[in-house]
Design a protein around this ligand. Sequence first.
Ligand code: IPD
Ligand code: CA
Ligand code: CA
Ligand code: CA
Length: 263
Amino acid sequence: MSQDWQRLNDEVTALIKEARANVLEKMSDPLTVNEKTNRKDLVTNVDKSNEQFLIAGIRRIDPTAHILGEEGFGDDLKSLDGRVWIVDPIDGTMNFVKQRDNFAIMIGIYQDGEGQLGYIDDVMNDVLYYGGPQLGGVWANDERLSAPANLALADGLIGASGPLVIHDVAQMHKIIHVSAGMRVYGSAGIEMINIMRGKTLGYISHLKPWDIAAGQILLNTLGVRVSAIDGKPLNMLSSNLVLVATEKAQRDILQIEEDDVSL
Ligand code: IPD
Ligand code: CA
Ligand code: CA
Ligand code: CA
């Protein structure tokens, strides 16, 4: 690992810890909540202020950064060339609004399309998950994580997003049926943490780049597969139906899809 990446990591972890403190402070005031596309797609004043705070910090750390942020304060990104920072200021906004719990701050750093460093901050539990190929591992605060067990689909729990289970299809039901059970946490970031911790073996959801940018880097570093639902690489400039799974469970799920019609 180069010293440059180590220094960058130190600066990003400090920035995220500051962002966490800001979010915790603002949470005690009443939130301003607005609908984006529908009543289940919310944004709060904290989503916006935290994205602005993170982007200002990233520009200080890396003045030539290209930044893709969910709430639109970053750049209008047309390619993944150069160093690209992908920011989700509050992942799990509905949980943030309804529970004040189970949400995360997430940043993924890519270089010419390749994941380098990922950060998922579990705000309410005080745990920052960070790592990637540039650090040669993944940490939860000071604890180095080992790779989760390579479980087959039948041997573990699988996370899924609520809408996918409600609206989609026989194959989804079959995947859940073959698994040991389904869990819905309402935050892609918290789902990734559960996979890193070996609590679930995978996750299936329609996701935007900022929902999966950090998780893809961290999970790949731990040997977990992150792909589109057909097993192909994700397009990090658009939405994807994402399949995150242990190697064995990915194989089982792709087999179920092959045996049925399209998902
Ligand atoms: C959402 C959450 C949710 C997932 C949605 C995401 P947001 O992110 O991760 O769990 O099902 O697809 O959009 O909007 O709260 O950052
Ligand atoms: Ca959102
Ligand atoms: Ca998100
Ligand atoms: Ca968000």
